[in-house]
Design a protein. Structure first.
Length: 435
């Protein structure tokens, strides 16, 4: 049996049953994608060495984009990077004029994670680490802490918006020294992008700028420099559900967001950014649709086009786009075995014969698609194990033949409801599942 804590086990099972990615315990169920993971680990090392990277993780709904990005996030945290991840939504975009971009930044800042605070909320810890180190070194050198902070942030002040950024960090230290929690809280609010007007920021902190829709990317570059100054190796930014840009009805709004993506891409490819990496997860339509997707923007299409020599089974993972490969039957068998080990106690395991029968049934019902989008298959399998666990007298052979797994978005799942206790989503609800 897998050595796993009951709390972690329950979290994994609950997430898999709902069709979403577990926030913990990913190592217990990760299979396949070896080449892609190896390439992204190299990217993380490149970021730690002062470079910049950008990757578009492309896959169908349910293919494992979010799982893959979260796995890379955990690797980055273990290697000493800071992670800022968020999902795009109708009210959260990369570029906007009504506060949607600032809302995205605020969500990323709230989700900031480090190795010791992997679940998010690490911004205050990062700031505290920076000022504590500055204070310690100031005492050793018999210097004023403010002077040391100013020296260590001098390179940040040269960047766009860097002067006010450095001023806010100094205000945090002043609040720390004076025991002024309100001043410290205001500084953290500014860093999280929670000030909506410059007037409020000027009253609270004496700065004339805030994180707004036009400066989100600039503040991400500032944050990457700051976390490096705080002793971390770099910043990894993850943006999932990029398909929300594809869904924008306004061509002008889409193009404005694509222009911002182009700016980021150019900065990364030209070496203008440092200690900074981007992961962007989206569907093939988001990338390749020539009317609404990234390919509708000619400059992006030329930069993100596939390598014409990578065909007939050949792969090239060195470009910005990584298309998630299908799981092999062997990978899926190992995945189901891992889930079985997590859910079932020793001596009461479902036999390998049952796993093979379940896979054969899925292959017969939906064909090759269940290797490409395993989410529905996993959800049905977890439901099957749940029923067997709670009904010891029921045999797996009585249930497997009744399982039906939807191929594209889970439209055909009525038999799952009846045989393994699943709850069928209505309409477009399956589009919100992410595994």
């Amino acid at each position: 049996m897998v050595n796993i804590k009951p709390r972690e086990r329950d979290a994994i099972v609950q997430a898999l049953r709902a069709g979403v990615v577990p926030k913990q315990g990913l190592r217990h169920i990760q299979v396949g994608r070896a080449m892609e993971i190896e390439q992204l680990v190299k990217d993380i090392d490149h970021i730690a060495d002062g470079g910049a990277t950008i990757r578009f993780i492309i896959g169908e709904y349910g293919s494992g984009k979010t799982f893959f990005m979260n796995l890379i996030r955990l690797v980055a945290l273990e290697k000493g990077l800071v992670a800022m991840f968020a999902d795009l939504a109708p009210d959260r975009r990369i570029h906007a004029s009504g506060g949607q971009a600032r809302s995205l930044y605020a969500e990323m800042a709230r989700n900031m994670a480090t190795r010791t605070k992997a679940d998010g909320g690490a911004l205050s810890s990062v700031v505290e680490r920076f000022v504590s180190q500055a204070h310690h070194d100031a005492e050793k050198g018999d210097l004023a802490t403010g002077a040391v902070i100013h020296e260590r942030l001098s390179h940040i002040q040269e960047l766009t918006g860097g002067f006010d950024f450095a001023t806010v960090i100094k205000r945090y230290w002043e609040g720390h020294e004076a025991g002024d929690e309100e001043l410290q809280t205001s500084a953290l609010r500014w860093l999280r992008g929670e000030f909506s007007t410059r007037t409020d920021a000027r009253k609270a902190l004496g700065v004339r700028t805030i994180v707004d829709d036009a400066t989100v990317y600039d503040h991400l570059k500032l944050m990457s420099s700051f976390v490096k100054a705080a002793g971390y190796k770099g910043l990894l930014v993850g943006l999932d559900e990029m398909v929300n840009l594809y869904k924008l009805s306004s061509a002008q709004a889409r193009n404005a967001n694509y222009e911002q993506i182009l700016r980021i891409l150019n900065d990364v490819l030209q070496g203008s950014a440092g200690h900074l990496g981007f992961l962007m997860g989206g569907t093939p339509e988001f990338l390749m649709n020539t009317r609404r997707g990234l390919y509708s923007y000619e400059a992006l299409q030329t930069r993100l086009a596939a390598n014409s020599f990578a065909r007939d089974g050949l792969v090239d993972l060195s470009g910005p786009v990584i298309r998630l490969a299908n799981l092999t039957p062997e990978d899926l068998f190992i995945l189901l075995s891992n889930i079985r080990a997590i859910m079932q106690s020793s001596g009461n395991d479902l036999p390998d014969e049952a796993l093979e029968a379940f896979m054969s049934h899925c292959a017969e019902r939906i064909g090759e698609a269940y290797f490409r989008t395993p989410r529905n298959t996993i959800t049905a399998f977890v439901n099957l194990l749940a029923v067997l666990e709670q009904n010891p007298d029921v045999k797996w052979t009585d249930l497997v033949s009744d399982v039906d797994v939807g191929a594209d978005g889970g439209e055909d799942m009525s038999d799952v409801d009846e045989s393994v206790g699943g709850v069928q989503p209505e309409g477009d609800e399956m589009a919100s599942f992410r595994l």
